[in-house]
Design a protein around this ligand. Structure first.
Ligand SMILES: [Zn+2]
Length: 322
């Protein structure tokens, strides 16, 4: 058991100001999933009415105390903006990549705070005022590519992950959440700190508050003349084109071809069959299948529909010969 720590009300308030983009949040399960052994995150609901809970100051305080562990979303859907960018790296050599990024960000006079994680670290950059997710992404993607860094997605299973993971959210979307800093990781049963300050909640928050924040005009200078690298443009929506009906006249149903699924937001999430063939996606969360319309599915590591259909033994029939 990780001991609970005292949290001053002002620390919870400052944390809220630094990290919370929207009131929707996720909660890390206290018990591991029996199949994967991982402590998954879910969106908590009120027991009485089933309504999704909204993040409060008390939720943040309990997270900092170590009672619960929350995940935070990167984008406020009303503005498509974020207060921060977080770069997650958890592969061999991850720390070297994060330190390299931190060094080159400093050349732009951008302070980046390095937080430990279970297998690597998270590098955090804070905005003076919330910045457009798209502009944050253009900056970091271009910088990382310039440094020759591997970025997860687009067929690469290993590399840095950049939050916000979307340019914008459509109504009802949440995007991706990241473990709220300074909380206790339920799987590791320990707290991960930022390297830049003493290992105490108040000292850590004071350190984060003292970091230089990136202004919108600075960010726009950084990305002047730049665009999102095309290979990392995320599909705006999941593709539904292509024949659903096989030659036998039966509709293809991806859910009949995948293992156990979990519900994450509006999707089922499970191991991508095509990634699995390559020995990837051990965390079993690359494939998202729309709950509303299970004909829509996508692999976030970049496997195409063709690859997935081939992997499950139901290749898409060639239209020319069909
Ligand atoms: Zn895949």
């Amino acid at each position: 058991m990780v001991p609970l720590v005292r949290v001053r009300p002002e620390d919870a308030r400052d944390y809220m100001r630094l990290f919370v983009n929207r009131r929707a949040y996720t909660l890390q399960s206290a018990r591991p999933d029996p199949e994967s052994g991982r402590h998954h995150y879910f969106r908590p609901k009120a027991r009485a009415c089933g309504k999704e809970l909204s993040l409060t100051l008390d939720t943040v305080r309990r997270h900092l105390r170590g009672e619960i562990t929350i995940g935070l979303y990167a984008i406020n859907p009303a503005t498509q903006r974020s207060k921060w960018v977080a770069i997650d790296a958890d592969y061999e050599g991850a720390m070297e990549d994060l330190l390299k990024l931190q060094f080159h960000l400093a050349e732009d006079k951008v302070d980046a705070a390095l937080e430990m994680s279970k297998r690597g670290g998270h590098l955090w950059i804070f905005m003076a005022t919330s910045a457009l997710a798209r502009e944050c992404r253009i900056y970091i993607y271009n910088l990382a590519l310039k440094l020759g860094m591997r970025i997860k997605g687009n067929g690469l299973a290993e590399g840095i992950e950049i939050f916000p993971k979307h340019d914008e959210l459509r109504p009802g979307e949440f995007g991706n959440a990241i473990r709220g800093p300074l909380g206790v990781h339920r799987g590791a049963a320990r707290r991960y700190w930022f390297y830049g300050a003493d290992y105490a909640v108040d000292k850590q928050i004071a350190y984060l508050k003292g970091l230089r924040k990136v202004s919108e005009s600075q960010l726009r200078d950084f990305i002047a003349g730049k665009a999102m690298p095309p290979e990392f443009e995320r599909p705006r929506s999941v593709s539904v084109e292509g024949p659903f009906v096989s030659r036998s006249g039966r509709e293809f149903r991806i859910l009949e071809h995948v293992g156990k699924v979990r519900t994450v937001g509006r999707n089922y999430v499970t191991q991508c069959p095509s990634c699995a063939e390559a020995g990837q996606d051990r965390s079993r969360d690359n494939l998202a299948i729309s709950i509303e319309d299970p004909r829509k599915y996508i692999c976030w590591a970049g496997c195409t529909r063709e690859m997935i259909r081939r992997a499950v033994g139901c290749p898409i029939p060639d239209r020319r010969s069909a």
